[in-house]
Write a protein that binds this ligand. Sequence first.
Ligand SMILES: Nc1ncnc2c1ncn2[C@@H]1O[C@H](COP(=O)(O)OP(=O)(O)O)[C@@H](O)[C@H]1O
Ligand SMILES: [Mg+2]
Length: 271
Amino acid sequence: MIRFESVSFRYRADAPLALDDVCVTLEAGEVVAVVGANGSGKSTLARLCDGLLEPTSGRVLVDGIDTAAPESLWDVRSMVGMVFQDPDDQIVGTVVEEDCAFGPENIGVPSAEIRVRVDSSLAAVGLQGLERREPHLLSEGQKQRLAVAGALAMRPRYLVFDEPTAMLDPAGRRAVLEITERLARAEGHGVLVVSHDITGIARADRVIGLDSGRVVFDGGPDGLLGDAGMMALLGLALSPAARLAAALRERGLDVPLSAADAESLVASLWR
Ligand SMILES: Nc1ncnc2c1ncn2[C@@H]1O[C@H](COP(=O)(O)OP(=O)(O)O)[C@@H](O)[C@H]1O
Ligand SMILES: [Mg+2]
């Protein structure tokens, strides 16, 4: 489990708190969405998960290991995989398989084992067959999936995604969403996803909402999607499909809150 114990964080001594007394958890096998307006502290929370940032006060524990203990940095980094918003910032290899092998090579994984990990990670994100492709020739969605494969090749127990679908089209979004869900549900990874994507939020096990560095919501997606005031506080707008679903619910139709995009709305009406 990743556990935040009363974590506060400021970037400089004279800066306001970017996170203020945050207590949250992420368990293995769980998909947790992190939401909040711009500047609410989402990326700061993500970067605290693997010791990239250290709490100003409080503790972050990864399976009981304190991320701030200097001797545990490599343990923590190998347990927590990070994927950031812009895939171009994360590409280091000249071909796809080399890029994917970079992390494990860095921590001294034997080359036969690296081969196995690279092949299975690329297959997990649907990039098999593109091993020798130059990364800059990939689509944005493929680049983001390559970044996911690179994180997977580290065999982390937890995966933290900071707005991984922000630059993707709907099809790319769906692909990355499906991969993250499979990783949690079939492979037992704990997955934390910073995202504004209503479909992703609706399908998460739990949602953490941040406002000015404080946790103002921590619960199931239904409780959030049905609460217009909380949605507004967290800077979330309902999609046209979700607005239509809400209007249909008001008229007495049995449309679940998880029907937040056109596809699931149609599916829920077509029963
Ligand atoms: N590198 C940094 N140096 C100083 N302040 C920062 C830095 N990164 C973020 N902040 C500030 O910390 C707060 C939280 O930012 P951030 O975690 O990036 O929010 P979000 O990801 O929700 O947009 C904001 O007030 C932001 O201006
Ligand atoms: Mg951010």
